[in-house]
Design a protein around this ligand. Structure first.
Ligand SMILES: *[C@@H]1O[C@H](CO)[C@@H](O)[C@H](O)[C@H]1NC(C)=O
Ligand SMILES: *[C@@H]1O[C@H](CO)[C@@H](O)[C@H](O)[C@H]1NC(C)=O
Ligand SMILES: *[C@@H]1O[C@H](CO)[C@@H](O)[C@H](O)[C@H]1NC(C)=O
Ligand SMILES: *[C@@H]1O[C@H](CO)[C@@H](O)[C@H](O)[C@H]1NC(C)=O
Ligand SMILES: *[C@@H]1O[C@H](CO)[C@@H](O)[C@H](O)[C@H]1NC(C)=O
Ligand SMILES: *[C@@H]1O[C@H](CO)[C@@H](O)[C@H](O)[C@H]1NC(C)=O
Ligand SMILES: *[C@@H]1O[C@H](CO)[C@@H](O)[C@H](O)[C@H]1NC(C)=O
Ligand SMILES: *[C@@H]1O[C@H](CO)[C@@H](O)[C@H](O)[C@H]1NC(C)=O
Length: 900
């Protein structure tokens, strides 16, 4: 007994002396553990960012730190709650040392990495909410040990792997949300054992297989969300045992079968019924009308058929009604009668009945819908008749879409009352009349689609009040008039503008330059004219510029290539653009469709960028293009000799040409009666900008009727001379085609062309261009194109009495002609960069134009002399060249000495 008392005393002593302090020490120690754990946690959580979690420092007790809650008695961390801030770190393993933790909420704090296995040490954990982070890896198996857990929210992460089977051991689990991850495999039927579950969400994963029958055991289940997976099979009948269910969302799977006729018995409390985007068939279950708690009904995008019952009026809590994308309706007159029962649903805010077979007219009663109604989508049906005036009573509408029906009549003015409307779609109906001026009252409008109707008149200026506009289409109507000024410039938020396929006239207003955000501009198939305004250079976000099929003219502006760097589609086809193709277009890295066909473009086609792929460009119907990639089969471009070449030319006298003079003398045969063909006269000659006409072999071929003999006006060993007319050049031309078999002809061609091209004088026959190309047989082709002289040669006038008789020329005319020739010689000898000696002056080489002004022609024997005639002696080439000229006209001293 005594020893027992001693023991007791000793024991008490022990308790008093040691145990109490020991308990305190233990408490302090575990407290210290939490602090260390939190500090270690912080380090991982903020990942070195100095400004995050500033309150987590030594200066205050950790129980005071942001998001930390401690138990009052033991000062241990019981809850950690941080959300909606950027921590950008990981959840460190030290979280497992916070052994008193009951609530861990780290929601939307940018966590990445894996969920640490140490989480399994949190035996007291009840709530785990890591929603909206970037967590990877699998759901850690160690979580099984958190047997007290009630809530697991891991929604919206990157978790992968299968859904664990071990949830069944968590007998307190009420909420499990693993949605929006990368989970795969099937739904384990063991989930049916977690009878405490009230909310099960596995939506937006990659789950397949069928919905397990065992789920019927979840008698407490209120929310079942399996939306957007790959689930297959029928909706298991057992599901209809879930009589407490409020939200049933199994949309976006591959489920089939039909709905039972007694749904109201199965789901008396159903609020949300979402089975959209499956392959469920059958008719609209009329028992749905008895689900009086229903707020959201979405059976869209299935294969339902038949009519909609008229008994929906009992669904007076209904807010969302979506039956779009089915085969409801028969095209009959009464298809839309059910709408009247829906007018009883005063909470209704969204109605989708689009893409069905509903016929009939749009009933007036739609004006009776609740003013809460914000969205009405009825597009892609067979609704006809007019748009009822009473549509204006739906003043809550923000989104009205009735496109792709058979509606006719005018757009009612009552739409002016839809002051909140943001999106209005009437496209592809048969609406007529004008675009209502009251459109300007709809100042919230950001999308307006009236395309594909029969609207006429012009665009109302009031449109400028719709300053929120982003997407606007009036395409494919019968609209006309100018695109109004002082209108689109106000719509500076426009991203899409479609005005194609109307009859608009006039220019593109320069205020289009205000459309800084425009991405797609469609103006094709109108009667627009003028040039592309330079202001468009500020529309730097343009990806699609489609101007084809108008009367635009002028040049293709360089800024298309240098400023509009986002262009993907550029269509300038079927206009009157006449310019070269700017090489800047090569630089558009995103351009994948370029249509320049049927314009008057000339010059060299680039080969880089989009031009490197023949399937991405269309250039047909342009006459004067050359170069480009070989697949285009365009003629080679004629290029002026390089500077280097020019220098070598300067070193010595150059024999310009050995082309026979006789050849060109055949031009003398050109007379008015050769002009049997009418030439097409254009108001101007756009192809001759800067004096540089560019012609291709094909064009010369066409101009001369395929070098036909009827166009032949002269021929000789050095080639042939044809008359002809170019499509886009107002005056007739003469084409001197060189016979390249003749020695030296090809070589001298370049030099002659250059010399001739550089000479400009009113008394010289004008060389329009030279053409160096390949003919249809692949042979080299070289020709010089001259202006045609309608009054033929002086020789003809002087000696051919049959034509005109020499009496035809008055003395004054003869003096004038002599002066003209003298002026030409003066110019050649003294005013050109390199003096030119013609070497073959005679009446047959003096050609007369309409006004009998003389033009010196045929430079086939001419010689270039560097530095002018006076300084030429040292540089003279030897006279070994055979002297050419015309007997009777060659100066005797030239004939004797051979020096020019
Ligand atoms: C967590 O606890 C373990 C053992 O209880 C200890 O070794 C470790 O240092 C602790 N870590 C932190 C960060 O407190
Ligand atoms: C769960 O806890 C027990 C005992 O505490 C331990 O033996 C087991 O390894 C733990 N399981 C997991 C998966 O962490
Ligand atoms: C709606 O419920 C009532 C009462 O239970 C029942 O008589 C009626 O047939 C049901 N209607 C439908 C369409 O199922
Ligand atoms: C409209 O709703 C009321 C209750 O809000 C209900 O009594 C009435 O029967 C409904 N009308 C129709 C046509 O269903
Ligand atoms: C457009 O707005 C201006 C200024 O707010 C207003 O004066 C004008 O009446 C409006 N036009 C239309 C058609 O609403
Ligand atoms: C529409 O705009 C006009 C002109 O601004 C204005 O007079 C009229 O009151 C507006 N109508 C409505 C319904 O807002
Ligand atoms: C194409 O871009 C390069 C680099 O930006 C630039 O040097 C070049 O001048 C551009 N070419 C044209 C034709 O704009
Ligand atoms: C050319 O363009 C077409 C159409 O965009 C594309 O399919 C094809 O791959 C391109 N070819 C080359 C060689 O880039």
């Amino acid at each position: 007994m005594r020893s027992f008392m001693t023991f007791l005393l000793y024991f008490c002593f022990q308790i008093l002396v040691y145990c109490m302090p020991f308990a305190t020490v233990a408490l302090a120690l575990s407290s210290e553990t939490d602090k260390l754990a939190l500090l270690a946690l912080k380090e991982k959580l903020i990942n070195g960012a100095p400004d995050s979690l500033p309150s987590w420092n030594e200066s205050q007790h950790f129980c005071e730190w942001q998001g930390v809650t401690c138990g009052r008695r033991h000062m241990r961390v019981v809850a950690l709650h941080l959300e909606n801030q950027i921590l950008s770190g990981t959840l460190g393993p030290s979280v497992g040392n916070l052994t008193f933790l009951r609530i861990l909420r780290l929601k939307n704090v940018n966590l990445y990495g894996e969920i640490p296995s140490q989480i399994g040490r949190l035996k007291r954990l009840q709530v785990l909410n890591l929603n909206d982070n970037n967590l990877h890896g699998e759901i850690p198996m160690e979580l099984t040990n958190c047997t007290a857990i009630k809530v697991i929210f891991l929604h919206s992460n990157q978790l992968s792997g299968r859904i664990p089977t071990w949830f069944e051991s968590m007998m307190q689990l009420t909420q499990l949300n693993l949605g929006a991850n990368n989970l795969f495999g099937t739904i384990p039927s063991s989930l049916g054992n977690v009878s405490s579950l009230e909310n099960l969400s596995l939506a937006q994963n990659h789950l397949k297989g069928s919905i397990p029958y065992s789920l019927d055991r979840l008698s407490n289940l209120k929310i079942l969300n399996l939306d957007s997976n790959n689930l297959l099979g029928e909706i298991p009948n057992s599901l209809y045992n879930l009589s407490n269910i409020q939200v049933l969302d199994i949309g976006g799977n591959n489920l089939f079968g039909s709905l039972p006729s007694n749904m109201h018995l199965a789901f008396p409390n159903l609020n949300e019924f979402i089975i959209g985007a499956n392959q469920i068939s059958g008719t609209f279950p009329s028992s749905l009308s008895n689900l009086t708690e229903l707020q959201m009904l979405d059976i869209s995008y299935n294969t339902f058929v038949g009519s909609i019952p008229h008994t929906l009026g009992q669904l007076n809590k209904l807010e969302w009604f979506n039956i779009g994308g089915n085969n409801f309706g028969s095209g009959g007159a009464h298809d839309l009668d059910f709408l009247s029962s829906l007018t009883n649903s005063t909470q209704l805010s969204k109605i989708y009945i689009f893409d069905n077979g509903f016929g009939g007219v749009l009933p007036n009663i739609i004006g009776n819908f609740s003013t809460h109604l914000s969205l009405l989508h009825m597009e892609y049906n067979q609704i006809h008749g007019v748009i009822p005036e009473r549509i204006g009573q739906l003043i809550g509408l923000t989104d009205l879409e009735i496109g792709n029906n058979f509606l006719e009549g005018t757009i009612p003015d009552s739409i002016r009352k839809l002051k909140d409307i943001g999106s209005l779609g009437f496209e592809d109906n048969k609406l007529s009349g004008y675009i209502p001026i009251v459109i300007g009252n709809l100042t919230m409008l950001s999308q307006l689609d009236l395309s594909g109707n029969k609207l006429e008149g012009s665009i109302p200026i009031s449109l400028r009040n719709c300053t929120q506009m982003q997407e606007l289409s009036f395409s494919s109507n019968k609209l006309s008039g100018h695109i109004p000024d002082q209108t689109f410039g106000y719509l500076d938020g426009l991203i899409y503008l479609g005005l194609s396929n109307n009859s608009f006239t006039g220019p593109i207003p320069s205020e289009f330059g205000n459309l800084k955000h425009i991405s797609q501009l469609y103006l094709s198939l109108n009667k627009l004219s003028g040039e592309i305004p330079n202001d468009l250079a500020s529309c730097i976000d343009l990806t699609q510029l489609v101007l084809g099929g108008n009367f635009f003219h002028g040049t293709i502006p360089l800024f298309l290539g240098s400023s509009l760097r986002s262009l993907e589609i550029l269509d300038l086809s079927n206009n009157n653009f006449s310019s070269i193709i700017p090489f800047e277009l090569e630089n558009l890295t995103f351009l994948n469709k370029l249509d320049l066909s049927f314009n008057n473009l000339y010059g060299e086609v680039p080969i880089g960028g989009v031009f490197s792929n023949v399937t991405r460009i269309s250039l047909t119907g342009n006459k004067n293009l050359c170069g480009g990639i070989p697949q285009l089969k365009l003629p080679k471009c004629f290029r002026a000799p390089s500077k280097k070449h020019k220098k070598s030319l300067k070193k010595k006298f150059i024999l310009i040409s050995v082309i026979a003079g006789i050849l060109f003398s055949f031009i003398a045969f050109i007379t008015v009666h050769f002009l049997t063909r009418k030439t097409k006269r254009l108001p101007s000659s756009p192809s001759l900008q800067n004096g540089n006409l560019r012609v291709t072999y094909g064009e010369l071929h066409e101009a001369t009727n395929g070098f036909s003999s009827s166009n032949l006006v002269g021929a000789g060993s050095f080639g042939s001379v044809y008359k002809g007319s170019l499509l886009h050049f107002e005056r007739p031309i003469v084409v001197k085609v060189l016979n390249l078999q003749t020695r030296g002809a090809a070589k001298s061609f370049m030099a002659e062309c250059k010399a001739l091209a550089n000479m400009k004088h009113r008394n010289l026959v004008k060389v329009l261009t030279c053409c160096s190309s390949v003919d249809y047989n692949g042979e080299d082709f070289k020709a010089i194109v001259f202006e045609f002289m309608p009054n033929g040669s002086l020789e003809k006038l002087l000696y051919d009495s049959e034509e005109s008789g020499n009496h035809y020329l008055s003395v004054k005319q003869r003096v004038d002609i002599a002066l003209d020739v003298a002026h030409a010689l003066d110019y050649l000898h003294n005013d050109t960069e390199q003096a030119v000696v013609h070497c073959d002056i005679k009446p047959s080489n003096v050609l007369l134009d309409d006004d009998f002004i003389a033009h010196l022609g045929d430079f086939g024997l001419a010689r270039l002399i560097h530095g002018g005639i006076g300084h030429s002696t040292n540089d003279q080439i030897s006279s070994s060249t055979i002297i050419k000229g015309t007997i009777g006209y060659v100066p005797p001293e030239y004939g004797a000495g051979g020096q020019v």
